[in-house]
Design a binder for this molecule. Structure first.
Ligand code: HSE
Length: 291
């Protein structure tokens, strides 16, 4: 029997659409073993009723693709998933299944695939690299996919950073959320995003954390996505009024991250909590660190 642990991830971090991601201190665990025949999938934990326990299971699908690549298939398979990452909330639950499935399948056959080969397969399955790279490598990962090739740079998450994550009951699929994006964006919006995203990476790498506050604005995806759910729009509008500018939509949403790093900002944290608590729907707030 082999076991792997995979972190949740938050992608985009505001302006870094499809290229920035950070691993968070919230983990799924996957166990797998070869059995004589058949397929047994057991799921425990959060949102377990939403996770398929048949051949449609994403971990199983990702394991199959890995076995194809390795050129070996087990006679039968038992998989156990301990799920802690909320499903379809923008916290990389699919990436964790894909990366976890690839890692556990690779481990089952004594790890013939390198991390780079696992990354290539994970990006092929997920379609974009910003969740799967931090799920596989941990830390902050800047990744860029071009003509089928993914290049990335990974560095550690600054230990002062705190991710206050507001997670709504309502779900939003990445497919629906990507469907809200425009085919074209104004040139000035693209320019703003290039500047903000570059500044954000520089601030995260250099430790000049105060520069994060002015780096999280996005014009490529958030304005289109927050219109999909009323409370998202209300939260961002209210936060702007109260001068809280450290918020971003986690991945494709609907979860929201308030990113903070020092005690002086506690007053702002309280305001963020009050805004979330004032919403008519149910939201949970969890505080996470980087992985
Ligand atoms: N970059 C992706 C998106 C992350 O925003 O659609 C979600 O998987």
């Amino acid at each position: 029997m082999v076991r792997v642990t995979v972190p949740a991830t938050t992608a985009n971090i505001g302006p870094g659409f499809d290229c920035l991601g950070i691993a968070l201190s919230l983990y799924n665990e996957i166990e797998a073993e070869e059995i004589e025949k058949g397929l047994l999938i057991e799921v425990e934990g959060r949102d377990k009723e939403e996770i398929e326990t048949n051949e449609g299971n994403l971990i199983y699908q990702s394991m199959l693709k890995t076995f194809d690549r390795i050129g070996w298939h087990p006679k039968g398979l038992r998989i156990k998933q301990y799920n802690r990452i909320p499903v379809s909330r923008g916290l990389g639950s699919s990436a964790a299944c894909i990366v976890g499935g690839i890692m556990v399948a690779n481990k089952l056959k004594n790890s013939p695939l390198s991390k780079e080969e696992m990354l290539r397969l994970a990006v092929e399955i997920e379609g974009h690299p910003d969740n799967v790279t931090p799920a596989l490598f941990g830390g902050v990962v800047v990744s860029c996919q071009d003509q089928g090739e993914t290049n990335y740079v990974r560095f550690p998450v600054h230990e002062a950073l705190k991710f206050i994550v507001a997670i709504p009951e309502v779900q939003l699929s990445t497919k629906a959320s990507r469907g809200a994006l425009p085919e074209f964006v104004p040139f000035k919006d693209a320019v703003l995003n290039v500047g903000k995203s570059s500044l954000l990476v520089a601030a995260l790498m250099s430790g000049e954390l105060e520069k994060i506050s002015c780096s999280l604005k996005d014009r490529l995806h958030q304005p289109y996505r927050i219109s999909l759910i009323d409370s998202l729009k209300n939260i961002f509008q209210e936060a702007e009024k109260q001068e809280i500018n450290q918020l971003f939509l986690s991945g494709a949403g609907p979860s929201i991250v308030y990113l903070t790093w020092n005690q002086e900002k506690e007053e702002k944290e309280k305001i963020f909590y009050r805004i979330i608590e004032g919403m008519p729907e149910e939201w949970n707030i969890v505080t996470l660190k980087g992985d």
